[in-house]
Ligand binder design. Structure first.
Ligand SMILES: Cc1ncc(COP(=O)(O)O)c(C=O)c1O
Length: 385
């Protein structure tokens, strides 16, 4: 029976719904009668000062959630992870071009589109680009970086969930290249020990809606300067425009949520086992690598532009992991860079779960998992090969 059951949303890496804790914080903020914090943080009256103080405490809370030293790191708000990444890359280019010709940007081949799309821009401005390869398990070989002025790393890959080890950067000292890490998919999803080497990075980029904050807010956490981005006096004269206080309240609340993801990982592993048991030709990408527990990316040789609508029709909202253009799913650059065949690279099905083990998806799993497995079985009948 199609369309009778409630839909099961399994696309948290694309966008996590606003978390109930964040919803409450937003509700409290908007509904308080004597809300002194609704004002413009740039205003100098008392209400403006209250708003400014809320903004400052949110910045500290987000930096604190990364276990970074508030004396060393500061934060600038953006509208998204995309904006944060592109602001950092433009900053690095502007800064480096002042010092030398043809600055080299070493960029991992598995980066998000918001970073990859800046490669032509970097080259047009006279910079050079070196690609850092990933192996067939999705792990980056940072030892291949010969010389670089600026390095961009994706900490947790949005498609495979593979976690890159930051140890290769830990020894870098004063003469190091500028370091940028895209932490959009890792924020709040890794244990503090894993975050130990984060402090070596100059720029850390975040996206609110991946962690249960509303869409429309992101951040650059940094210990190196940013160049001006939008003319105006906000963000220390770097990014004009009245601060998005509602988004900031959401970011603060999101930064306060802590999860123990052990249960989520166990659940993912069981689901993975059931899917792999269906057919030996199914491949789980990045399975042998250290991965975040809420992501499962697999291919079963069925085009993703068929598989994703098929699963949707059967009540499951999943993603292909890679971009869609003109209604068809492009081959995933991440899977291609892992050496997967063009067929596999257009066949990825990504399930991404909530990080919160108390989410109702887990409580209701006895109902939907058997249906999901049946749907995948149905898909296997549509194999290309
Ligand atoms: C790794 C990574 N970086 C950056 C972004 C962009 O974030 P936003 O959607 O906030 O622009 C995403 C979004 O999917 C992502 O997965």
């Amino acid at each position: 029976m199609l369309q009778q059951q409630p839909k099961i949303y399994l696309d948290f890496n694309s966008k996590a719904p606003v978390h109930s804790y964040v919803k409450q914080a937003l509700f409290d903020y908007l509904s308080s009668d004597e809300n002194r914090e609704l004002a413009n943080p740039s205003s100098i009256h008392e209400a403006g000062r209250s708003a400014r103080s809320l903004d400052r405490s949110a910045r500290d809370s987000v930096i604190g959630s990364l276990h970074l030293d508030l004396k060393q790191f500061s934060l600038n708000w953006t509208s998204s992870g995309t904006e944060a990444n592109q602001w950092v890359i433009r900053t690095a280019l502007v800064h480096l071009l002042k010092k030398k010709e043809n600055p080299i940007w070493a960029v991992a081949t598995d980066v998000h589109d918001s970073v990859r799309s800046m490669i032509p821009f970097w080259e047009e401005q006279g910079g050079k680009v070196t690609l850092i390869p990933v192996d067939s398990h999705g792990v980056c070989d940072f030892s291949s970086i010969d010389s670089a002025d600026f390095i961009s790393v994706l900490w947790v890959n949005n498609e495979t969930g593979v976690i890159q080890s930051l140890k290769p950067f830990a020894h870098l000292q004063n003469e190091k290249p500028l370091l940028h890490i895209d932490a959009a998919q890792s924020w709040g999803k890794l244990c503090p020990q894993t975050e130990e080497h984060l402090k070596v990075f100059d720029y850390i980029t975040l996206s609110g809606h991946k962690r249960g904050a509303p869409t429309g807010i992101g951040a650059v956490v940094r210990k190196s300067p940013l160049s001006p981005w939008i003319l105006g006096h906000q963000e220390g004269d770097l990014r004009g425009g009245t601060e998005n206080l509602l988004g900031i309240v959401g970011m603060k609340a999101a930064s306060e949520i802590q999860f123990d993801s052990t249960h989520v990982e166990e659940f993912r592993n069981q689901l993975q086992f059931q899917i792999l048991s269906l057919d030996p030709r199914i491949e789980v990408f990045g399975k042998e690598s250290s991965r975040v527990g809420h992501t499962l990316f697999f291919g079963c040789e069925v085009w993703a532009d068929h598989a994703v609508p098929y699963l949707d029709l059967h009540g499951f909202e999943v993603s292909s992991g890679s971009a869609c253009s003109s209604g068809s799913v492009d081959a995933s650059p991440v899977l291609l860079s892992m050496g997967k065949s063009p067929l596999m690279a257009r066949s990825g099905i990504r399930i991404s779960l909530p990080s919160d083990p108390n989410d109702c998806i887990f409580q209701e799993s006895e109902v939907w998992v058997p249906r999901f497995i049946e749907a995948i079985k149905g898909l296997l009948g549509n194999r290309v090969s």
